[in-house]
Design a protein around this ligand. Sequence first.
Ligand code: CA
Length: 250
Amino acid sequence: MLNTSSHQSTARTILVVEDEPDLATAIAQRITANGWTARVASDGASAVRAAKQLKPDLVIMDVMLPVMDGIEATKRIIAERPVPVLMLTARDAESDKVMGLGAGADDYMTKPFSPRELIARCEALLRRVERATIIAKNMENEKVLDFGSLVIDPRQRIVTLNGEQVHLTPTEFDLLATLARKPKTVFKREKLLEEVWDWPDASGTRTVDSHVKALRHKLGSQMIRTAHGVGYAFEPPESDDDTATESETR
Ligand code: CA
């Protein structure tokens, strides 16, 4: 099947470290077919050099390698620059898995594996890292969002409306906070799905709609504006002077 996804994330570079040429080629082909760039290194030492040079987004690392094994190579690569590592271990080599994870690998797969699953694991790993980055970024400016009658406290995950606490589900909270961090900015449904649900698949946009509906029910319908055919925007509540009441038709 052709890749028809329009939400394809930015180009990725994956470093494949595998000393079996056939397997390395097969993995690299899969990666390329997925729209990413693959580079192959066939021993641990050249993997360390390649990682330094390429600054890959992800490393697929075999454990059993000539010159320097995958465990040592992983340690050195991560010490230089943090990068997610998916380790390939020999069948049933439990100690490899333990050592691999100890060395800083994020995930592992046991040989033989399905190439399709390998790609799925890579995607999941990249998403996890992206998400962690977003969360970390948000945490930095994790200040209280004060819109007068509506106050959102991201650190305590508390929302108050006219001084009364509003009980939101975790997802509702995340959705509201995401929108409210950029008031009056229209977020596409797909974007919200990605940021709040970590689900970059347009098939789930109805999920966004139903959560918006729930939020409007709890906070009043004015708070979240519909940009027809596009998505939603947070509209800060009107100030108390009541002069700027815009009538909205929907
Ligand atoms: Ca090997």
